[in-house]
Ligand binder design. Sequence first.
Ligand SMILES: [Ca+2]
Ligand SMILES: [Ca+2]
Ligand SMILES: [Ca+2]
Length: 498
Amino acid sequence: MEPQNACTIHPGIVDFNGKTYLFYHNGDLPGGGGFHRSVCVNELQFEANGTVKKVTATKEGAPQNGVLDPYKTVEAETIGWESGIETEKCSDENGGMNIFDIDNGDYIKVKGVDFGAGASMFGARVASASKGGKIELRLGSVDGTLIGTCTVKNTGGDQQWENVSCKVDGAAGVHDLYLVFKGGDGDLFNFNWWRFRKEQHGNPIFRDAFTADPAPLVVGDTLYVYVGHDEAEDGGPYFNITEWLCYSTTDMEHWTAHGAVLKPTDFKWATGEAWASQVVEKDGQFFYYTTAQHGDPNCKAIGVAVADRPTGPFRDARGTALIIDSDTPNKRGWNDIDPTVLIDDDGVAWLSWGNGTCFLARLNSNMIEIDGEIMDITPESYVEGPWLHKRDHLYYLTYAGFSGGSENIRYATAEKITGPWSDRGELTGNARNSFTIHPGIIEFNGQWYLFYHNATLTLDGQEGATGRRSVCVERLYYNADGTMKPVEQTVDGITSGF
Ligand SMILES: [Ca+2]
Ligand SMILES: [Ca+2]
Ligand SMILES: [Ca+2]
């Protein structure tokens, strides 16, 4: 490369996305030169003999290498070109930097944004100590096609962050996106991040089958949800659940059905009844803790199956049930149901389960034996369906309680998993059209979710019912003291808001 108009030059060379790049500096920014330098990049190419071709420094820089995914959170400080804005350190959680000095007419250009089949919403994380303003979303140029306008109001401070959103129409395929800021005089607002949302159908999330008792599991970049397959017929028994199904997603928008991954009859001691269950991962193996009907003795029982992959094939890990009725003090024939497992930060796994009584026991490190005594940790208004999770240092026991003639979701928290547990009241109200409800709580890509079921789906002319349920999901938020904010069961699910 020829000398640039700064008093030094400095190479930095790297391979990225199949190309090689030369970083250097020049003095081309307005006011630059001498020791006021600015970093540049051009592509580096090689001769057949391995020597490097001479690089011509260009104003255009290196061509775009890939497209930008607008459906993942994009930092507002992700910039292809800008006019009038500056960056500063952001005080928001995981905020990195934020954009400030946003005046009327300033803009950010982001090149090569791949909207795919189409976007339906735009959301942004903003703060404003003034009257706020608007973010115009335009394609191709600063006055190009307007696909949406997002309004920002005063948030009570220039580091008081809130989410705002707007509907979007007409964005599909790859475009240069312009975020154009409009408003009155002076600083309008600060801007941390943004993302778009695809078209979605909301709740229930699975529409190819009736599904119940959701149990989410994150493995790498994929979220799996294990469910019971509801197949009750009108006039028949309330419940007819003969297998467990699995679905997966990487974006919470597109779900892949994996079909049946386990049946009660895969346990030679079981006769049927694929009731509530949970899968956890330990050392690359996947353990499926299930409820099933035991043959002899005739009772509900907890089994455990194991697989090398989250989608199976799962096989009985013991050859016998893990828990049968006589293992617990109240021998009612059907109270040993609904297992949940939490693997604690110290690697110790805990199993909780039960109808009417909530039991807790340590699992052996092999994950298929109870280690020590079975404790009773029954919380307030407990019915069944416990779900254990941990966030920071707090344990959460979320479960189906009872209110107004059917189940709701309640929870308790504790500093130690063995208790004492503090009652935290209702998390949700009753499920629509379903006597039962069942929580499944997980964090995925930085967002917490509550999975549950109702019975609002009509499929192949069959309406939802007690034995024809359907799995739904809502976003879950915490208060500063670690308690969970009450969750409203919605039709839109996670398709609206950000
Ligand atoms: Ca400005
Ligand atoms: Ca940011
Ligand atoms: Ca029992």
